[in-house]
Ligand binder design. Sequence first.
Ligand code: CU
Length: 369
Amino acid sequence: MGWRRRSSDSDSSSSTTTSSSDSTTSTSTSSMDGGGMDGGGMGGGMGGACYVYPAAPATPGRVTPNVSYNLGIDMNIPLTMDDGRTVTMWGFADNGGNMMGMGGGGGGMGGGTFPSPAMRVRQGQIVHTNLSVNMMMMHTVHHHGIEPAPHSDGVGHITWDVANGTYTYQWRPSSAGTYFYHCHTNTVLHAEMGMYGALIVDPPEGPGRLYSNGPRYDVEAFWVVDEVDSSWHTLGWTAGTCGGDVGLNELNPDYFVITGVDGSGNSAMNLPPISATVQRGQRLLARYICAGYHPQRIRFGGLTGTVHVSDGRVLPRPIQVTQLRACSGERYDIIFEPTSRGTYLIETDIIHWVTGEVLGTTRTTVTVV
Ligand SMILES: [Cu+2]
């Protein structure tokens, strides 16, 4: 199913064949250089020369959902950094679904935010994510850690990319915890550009417990930590996939963000952006997502937390931690029960995966009253 891009720009006579049984499409190469910049910069709206755009198929096995999200694309989301500079992010827009905000960064003209709005569903519900793309470009929604049928998995090149039209990803979460969703087309670039959001799976009884018969919590915090290499943020959506080398093997981040806010603390204007306040005796559930590419180390500023769930699966035994290391795509559900008043600094170091150098640090706080 789906589409395949040509093997190289120079393969000018190639034909592209869909593998689904219903259509076969041949294309000829346009005269455009498909070297990755044909998206025309930040907006990236024009099509990639090496792509074909089949219509979105019907979702196999489609049934009536319990919950639906209707997503569009926004590739012009301004994010203001600590130093006053604005970097363009991409994201999903909630075009009528029942999504909740995440307190993210800038809002784009197309209604998108960075991070994209969070999805929140209950274990066992049938969910439809309807992604509409109408701009001669391709994107997907991959619900990371969920296990749908292959045609609803949203992994570009392997399952369905959405070009012109609307495709419904049908899925049903089987395990409560913290997940995230992201675009999986030209993933190295599109995820870096910000095309992701949190995905919370509550137990069937709803929020307030981490999982069925699991620990309760009173307050939630979303710690979604990422790095930004602003030199990537003028590329078009096909960059690097049509034969050109645009340097996507070199990620040199100059900004470090937590839940859509530059938390590098490199200006006097910086304030802890997404601070949580909890009363003594209450339980704080921190939903931590490593959304970057470099490894991270999150430190809890003197608080001790208990990890109950990792990557959407309950641990055999809870683990007490004062810090954690995480790699790309990992999630941890950590419960804090602070007993002393104070303000605790939650810092996440972004660590170069080869040299071990700390490239930057994001900061937020937990205030115990
Ligand atoms: Cu995308």
